[in-house]
Design a protein around this ligand. Sequence first.
Ligand code: AMP
Length: 389
Amino acid sequence: MLNIALFGPPGAGKGTQSEFLIQKYKLYYISTGDILRKEIEQISELGLQAKNIIEAGGLAPDEIIVQIIEKTIKENPDVKGFLFDGFPRTYIQAYILEGLMIKLNTSLNCLISLEVDEEESVKRLLLRGETSGRKDDNEIVIRKRLIEYEQKTRPVLQFYKERGIYVAVNGLQSIEKVSEDIDLIVQNELSKSLFNIVLFGYPGSGRGSQGKALARKYGLEFVATGPMLDQEIKKQSPLGKQIKSLYENGQLVPDHLVVQLIEKKLEESKGVKGFIFKGFPRTLVQSYILDGLLKKHGSAISMVIDIEVPTLELIQRLDDRSKTDHCMPYDNSTAKIVKRLQEHENKTVPVIHKYNQLHGVTKIDGQGSFEEVFERVSKEVEEGIKRMR
Ligand code: AMP
């Protein structure tokens, strides 16, 4: 998701600038001012509670704002992101926003502050008052709104400065120039967001070769835990030695060792556009670990793909592979092949179900040549990238 808050005193141009952002980035627009005005017009309970305060230029109570925002977010669960205009306006609202973002498993990307001095604000609002029909666009109320801004809203900037997501734009420039500056900021944000794919499929479905090819084509880092474990053994690192002795005793590699490897990989892969995970997560526990690891890097899963191949064809493919140089130590007997298919069925299929509920899983028909499957999967990945940008 891409979540942006437009910040600035009344008359800074937040509403005007919102228009191109909504159009270009298809964000869901939440203007607490607009919502409150609608509530007042409809003479709703909320509207009645807020009317007098708003018309006198004061800020509506945080309790009302939280209800409005929570309701709007809940009613729009599948949006690409939110554009907040006029929220957060108090320190408490900044915390409310944090909490709401956590609930959605996302975060605010940036707070764009349109910097305009007081006299310019007054001038613009008086001009707007000639046509807006807004009761609060007259000089006495405007001055009161600006005092509220200075006392309660401006201090909110510090909250975002400390989090490193505050960006200032000179709001005195022409509308077009301000839009250009904002657009650059948003583009920069988008380039920071990683595109992360989790690639599933039964052993023999081709997820390894497809994953590697996808990584090359789209500039993603391929993260396959199996080969990573083998590499540690070859390097004879302390971790490799532990893994080797576990293998030799026929034991599974425990999650805390796998996590160390993935964490290292995420940290070392600076400048990539995202990751493709293959062979991880294999269990529900690992799926929680992956969420946590990505969150720590300010990121999340963007897409989940499952390559489907009928069981008989899987067995055929694995059996064929066992007779070639590509034979893996775990492919060399029917009993081992069946065991791996069962492990996938019992432990990994529940993870796919979980992701299906959370993010939706893109199913790919894995039958046919490598190129045919690659074309199908590439098409879906491109759609996914388009949806995100
Ligand atoms: P706006 O349309 O953003 O200029 O908001 C108009 C008026 O609605 C403000 O002067 C406040 O009285 C009220 N209002 C809008 N958003 C908020 C908010 N986040 N917190 C408190 N009051 C708000």
